[in-house]
Design a protein around this ligand. Sequence first.
Ligand code: DGJ
Length: 721
Amino acid sequence: MIHCEKGLFTLHTKHTTYQMKADAHGVLLHTYYGPRVEDCDLSYRIRYVDRGFSPVPEEAGKDRTFSLDVLPQEYSAAGMGDFRLPALDLELPNGSRTADLRFKSFRVEPGKYTLEGLPAFRGDETLVVILEDAAAGVEVELYYGVLEDCDVITRAVRLHNQGGQTVKIRQAASLCLDFQRGDLDLITFDGKHIQERSPNRGPLLPGVRSAESVRGSSSHQHNPFVILCDHDAGEDHGLCYGAMLLYSGNFQAAAERSQFENIRLTLGIHPWHFCWTLAPGEHFTTPEAALCCSKQGFSLLSHQLHRAIRERLLRDPWAGQPRPILINNWEATMFDFDAERLVNIAKSAASLGMELFVMDDGWFGKRSSDLAGLGDWAVNEEKLPGGLEALVPRIQALGMKFGLWIEPEMVNEDSELYRAHPDWVLQAPGRMVRSRQQLALDFSRKEVRNHIYDALKAVFSSAEISYVKWDVNRSLAAVWSAALLPDRQGEVYHRYVLGLYDMLEWMHRDFPHMLIEGCSGGGGRFDAGMLYYTPQIWCSDNTDAMDRLRIQYGTSFCYPVCTMGAHVSAVPNAQTGRSVSMQTRGVVAMHGTFGYEMDPAQITPEEREIILRQTAFFKEHQALLHQGDYYRLSDPFQNGPYTAWELVSPDQREALVSVVSGPIQGGPPCRSLRLKGLNPDFYYQVNGQGRYPGSALMEAGWPLPLPWGDYQSWQFYLTAL
Ligand code: DGJ
């Protein structure tokens, strides 16, 4: 719901309120964001205080209590006396770095805005507040989208050069959010390859703390999602705010606690190596950011974010659709396979209930190691005689669908493509930075995208391809585009991302039923921007079930189970050397888009039985696993004896509790697990037995079996009587 009255703009979702106000000088002040309150002008909270050394804009005259350095801004701009984090940094033709934004007008639109060429949530209503810098001739449209039921507010910014001179955008954040308090914790989700998205929490201290990427993609190292919360906020209590950026390139999420103990969060494209030239008449649109607020802790925050992603971001036909259980050959074969080996894997997989066979890296060009072949998207007929036309029907004859791996953005020097077009790489002249023996293609250029896409389209059209795994396996370095003039190189990273989204959009257009899974050496590009195009993303190259507990735990704060690619792989695990039972590997992997990544012909008869039970269980309960409300019942980083989590159906009639124990220690304690999200008035059966009040299961708990040996697991399936 949107209310606009005399320069006061209030957005309500079901349980939250967001408000801003244009003050007497036309400065748009942020007055409130938090739990829903009755309609009122919340600017009464703003304190006007004379602060030494805080500058005063000309029109405030001698009023030293009016300073942009102190007041809560809706969209902060650099250079006019607000010394905190800027959202906007403009370079004017005279070389000055000043932006002075004043309220001009507003409009309310039915339905939610979309952003051309960029991912965006679907929503209910739009408010556009228009600010202008009259001297610079720049208009800044602040877009707000309301997703009422999910308690999500989205934001994006569109700059329009209405003047007669070219200006440069040095920074344009998607979001600036000021809090009139200084006592908040910041949680960021950080890590590295094979150890992504570990939560890191700490109180904001004076100065700036940030999570950011300048790797060209959102990265394994930091995620474009952060939480700000009360110091004592936990899973079930406390005020918390989630902020995500729908963007897959360089980003910066920065939180500053300023001198007077206020907090500012900015989130957007990273300003490093960013400079967008805006000629007269041109527009620039930032990526979308989304905000969510819960006054009941992280569980509710996650439920709302999960719902928004599932229902308002993922696109048809895969939003809400059951995902096939897949078998991927990568860990079983690496590059060393031929058609017979693949068909044999598929045969055993089909007999175990798996539904989709995915041929990973190595099927094209001269690709028998990572030294060669990227860029040559034609089937390697030495490995696969007769091409996909011959292979795919053999897989389909087993009752399975077929999918394949691609890495369109990359090229090996040892490839026909590179030999023909060495100038198509994204590489500064005289520089060469390889990573995994590959170079990045200049996806900012349409002719490059066209060439790659034409080749891929021919492959996709040669047989029935139901699924594609879109991988990218390096960070960008020594970035430079031959297609951009020297003073336009600051646009290259963003144009690369726009090019990526553009090609993904072509895939949606031409192959609307294809399921696309994102990947970047596992979870190096796991962000809401990619999820708009690829409804599932390979969560991590680390398939060790115990490590996955942590990776999936961290990922779950923002992203729902149905987006996390998770597979059972062989033991000892290829990344850690650890051996965990088939039972436990399955319990962990089914809390994702379930699959296997091994040669099922190599397993014992007992393991076959377990897999048969797992695939049947997943098919029966996929709706609960993928659409249920997710509760983190314990924190795997605390090294407690158990890691536990739970899914509850929206009608509370079904729940699944999963528990995994860690390394065994003699004399383990007898523990009860207090369940969450059940209906206290319902009675439940647990694994088909008994009659237990929901209130008892939640307040008194459920006794856990004593572990015997390392890494055990149990599942308790609850149904309301
Ligand atoms: C990295 C991915 O994360 C793996 O799953 C696999 O597809 C390899 N790339 C193939 O090169």
